[in-house]
Design a protein around this ligand. Sequence first.
Ligand code: AMP
Ligand code: ZN
Length: 465
Amino acid sequence: MKIFNTMNHRKEEFVPLEPGKVRMYVCGPTVYNYIHIGNARPMIFFDTVRRYFAYRGYEVNFVSNFTDVDDKIIKAAQEEGVDSSVISTRYIAECKKDMEGMNVMPATTHPLATQEIDGMIEMISGLIEKGYAYEVNGTVYYRVRKFADYGKLSGKNIDDLQSGNRTLLVTGEDEKEDPMDFVLWKPKKEGEPYWDSPWGKGRPGWHIECSVMSKKYLGEEIDIHGGGEDLVFPHHENEIAQSEAASGKTFAHYWMHNAFLNIDGTKMSKSLGNFFTVREVSEKYDLQVLRFFMLSAHYRSPLNFSAELMQSAKNGLDRIVTAVQRVDEMKAKAPAGELSAEAKDAVDALVKKFEDAMDDDFNTADGIAALFEMVKLANTVVTESSTADTVAYFSEKMHTLCDVFGIITEKKEEILDADIEALIEERQAARKAKNFARADEIRNQLAEMGIQLKDTREGVKWSRA
Ligand code: AMP
Ligand code: ZN
């Protein structure tokens, strides 16, 4: 398998640290609001990377954090007049719902920054001891110039950074030894969450979180570190500086970055206000369509979100799911018989095409093209006279490829609001007619559909569980 490594801009053969195992860390979202579909791109892509490694027989230890202490969370908490943990807990739960909708598997571990403060204090102390960090008035800074390899991931030259930074000095920065130095620990401000530390009460900087959580759950050296390309600098550059100065080892062997999800050619982001949340998109489309749309492009190519592309993703996905379901139905009825050698060869050639695409830096676009070819083949080759073994072979391979892309092929009964309301009306009528047995029956039927009823003074209210 080949992976494009941001560290040297080359596709490199993947050699794991430990045979048969992959240790990967993907930077997760800052939880102060619903995630937007830009955030969903790395979630969907790296979930597919993980699934493909599993398909290739690797045991994957996949760690992805939630950043649950941050200026934006604190601001949101102050606006609502609640503790910042209320905000982060709420949006972690909402994010997990969105992930489930997109069929993104839960990580092996989803650490929370606020639960890992001890590890951060320990790493920062170690960096101070080694001369890589220093404290001024309760703030601890990383001494960038001390780390000789600084800039190796982003290709930034330390002297260029220096001259760029000189003009960017803001208040408070004058206490730094060097404008490039970045914060590891900052002192508490009124009304903000804080922890005790050797440098007084305060909270960690963002970059140290990932270095510490990656080390704790995966070890000092990992195979793959991923995230969106906006994280290359400064976040990942700073993670390298922290982790490698602390351990003396190579932090991550492969650095993978997805390109942006754009809207009208501009990066989708909260700060620009040009975003759709996953939740909003879920009101218009099944989130499976969003997932399929994301995987239809190569992860290192920018992708523009548009109604036309979503429609074509929907059509493509429907074509695949319909074909798999047809083959599954045929399987139940197929006459006993051996696997046709011709069909096997044709299917195997397409599986090989899929693997070649995915082995080439996870080219999901070409991998999906191979799946479409398999669909086309199945639609013509699998007929009522096909043998049971032949149909079963098609079914198995189509399911396997769909699983790697996270495509759900089971029929999902869509429960429409109108259907629910019709049932509720029928229940009301039954009650009026004192047919309580029927009324209870409908209540149970709705409960099975995941619909909860509440009788209120204003009438019956319902909600989806
Ligand atoms: P954040 O919550 O901003 O730290 O972002 C969480 C993850 O989403 C990071 O890996 C970002 O690089 C990624 N991300 C944010 N916006 C976009 C976008 N428009 N396209 C692709 N990835 C993004
Ligand atoms: Zn990170």
